[in-house]
Ligand binder design. Structure first.
Ligand code: C5P
Length: 403
């Protein structure tokens, strides 16, 4: 947990996006951080200090001239006794105050007094974001070393207007916090990676599909582990029931052909790790209408046709990544089959695992893998899928140090 023991001073200013802060507080605390909230008067019009305080499990600071708060903590201590000051949502108004050094309430005073990193998540109407004063203020703040997350493009809550101004999602804010607070080495900084994960669903008709037991746990963990080492990661995920990993761009697809298209669109990259359990076959002609059971008639025959082999396509592509890693789910002759696959797929490394039902690997939380490459076979003991991901990311990083 990167945020373990990290103290975040969360300043909530008055925008409708303030409601997303409740989720953000939960996510930050899940990662081990403590959250001390400051709310402006405007923020309290959108969400209550009661809800914020309950989720943060701390006192909510609202007044600059509160005798109790000043005696107890004081605005200077508030500004200093933390590892990061996060402003979410950050209105055009607080940005203007910050840029000009105004200190007329607790939030702006703390922001002026702090010597800690400051991250802001702007949220406002697109016209306000594009307005010349806001542009100037954003530029000033960037020059002052303030970090930004968002705003994003999208529809506004209060109107049908669309444009840039939506606050970044809690997940993205969390990723930005993790990025700022993570002082581990980032050997994959500047490297791009693509990871596939999960199963694919191949439609038979609008309600039925062919699938497999892949959960996406291993692929998602690898995407997160590569991102934690600084890589710019695109994850192409089939249908799974787990959340998008933090710090990763996730593209959701259903079918193998969609997965291939998304992967090819992400090229060129330095690293490709194809973890997805892509269905080998799809139904040749999936039906637009639900196939009916007709009394007296047998089941409708399903004619299958081969799906594109994404790993093989990438392994032999004109824009082939410098490092191509494949997975091999086998139930017998694991190493032998992996060696053959290394060649046929044009991969540099095959991570082989035995997915016989009794291993419980497919869909489970643990994995026991063997890494087959031109250098030979590396056998790793049984460990969590997160640990496999971390070790594999480290091995990938080592490849780039040597190469
Ligand atoms: O041939 P097999 O399915 O065992 O190969 C497994 C490896 O190939 C995995 O890395 C998997 O992601 C990839 N693969 C693929 N496209 C397919 C089938 C497998 O990318 N159609």
């Amino acid at each position: 947990m990167i945020l373990k023991d990290k103290r975040i001073l969360l300043i909530i200013t008055g925008g409708i996006a303030a409601y997303k802060c409740l989720e953000l507080i939960r996510r930050l605390r899940e990662q081990g951080a403590s959250v001390r909230p400051v709310m402006t008067e405007g923020a309290q019009k959108f969400i209550t200090p009661l809800a914020v305080g309950a989720l943060a499990a701390d006192h909510v600071f609202t007044e600059l001239f509160s005798r109790e708060d000043e005696q107890d903590v004081g605005h200077i201590r508030l500004a200093r006794d933390c590892d990061l000051v996060l402003v979410a949502p950050a209105t055009a108004n607080i940005m203007a105050k910050m840029a000009s050094g105004l200190a007329d309430d607790l939030a702006s005073t703390v922001l002026l007094a702090t010597d800690k990193p400051v991250l802001i998540a702007p949220a406002m109407n697109p016209k306000m974001w594009e307005a010349a004063p806001t542009k100037r203020n954003a530029e000033t703040l960037r020059a002052d070393g303030v970090h930004f997350v968002g705003p994003n493009k999208g529809e506004m809550a209060e109107s049908s207007e669309a444009g840039v101004g939506r606050m970044a999602e809690p997940n993205e804010i969390l990723a930005a916090v993790l990025h700022l607070m993570d002082n581990r080495e980032k050997p994959l900084l500047g490297r791009k990676a693509i990871v596939t994960s999960g199963p694919t669903h191949e439609p038979i008709d609008p309600v039925r599909y062919i699938a497999n037991r892949s959960s996406g746990k291993q692929g998602h963990a690898i995407a997160a582990a590569l991102a934690a080492l600084g890589a710019d990661v695109t994850l192409v995920s089939g249908p799974v029931n787990i959340s998008d990993p933090i710090g990763v761009r996730t593209i959701h697809v259903e079918r193998a052909e969609e997965m291939r298209d998304a992967v090819l669109a992400a090229l060129p990259v330095d690293i490709a790790v194809m973890v997805a359990a892509v269905a080998d076959w799809r139904v040749e002609r999936s039906q637009g209408e639900k196939i009916k059971k007709v009394p007296g008639e047998g089941p409708a025959p399903l004619t299958l046709t081969e799906n594109p082999d994404i790993l093989k396509t990438v392994g032999h592509h004109a824009l082939r990544p410098k490092l191509v890693v494949g997975f091999a789910a086998e139930t017998q002759s694991v190493i032998e089959n992996a060696r053959t696959k290394l060649k046929s797929k044009g991969a540099d490394m095959i991570v082989a695992n035995d997915v016989s039902a009794e291993t419980g690997i497919m869909g489970g939380d643990r994995n026991a893998v063997r890494i087959i490459s031109a250098d030979g076979v590396d056998i790793w003991p049984d460990m969590s899928k997160e640990m496999v991901a971390e070790k594999l990311a480290a091995k990938i990083a080592a490849y780039f140090v040597i190469a």
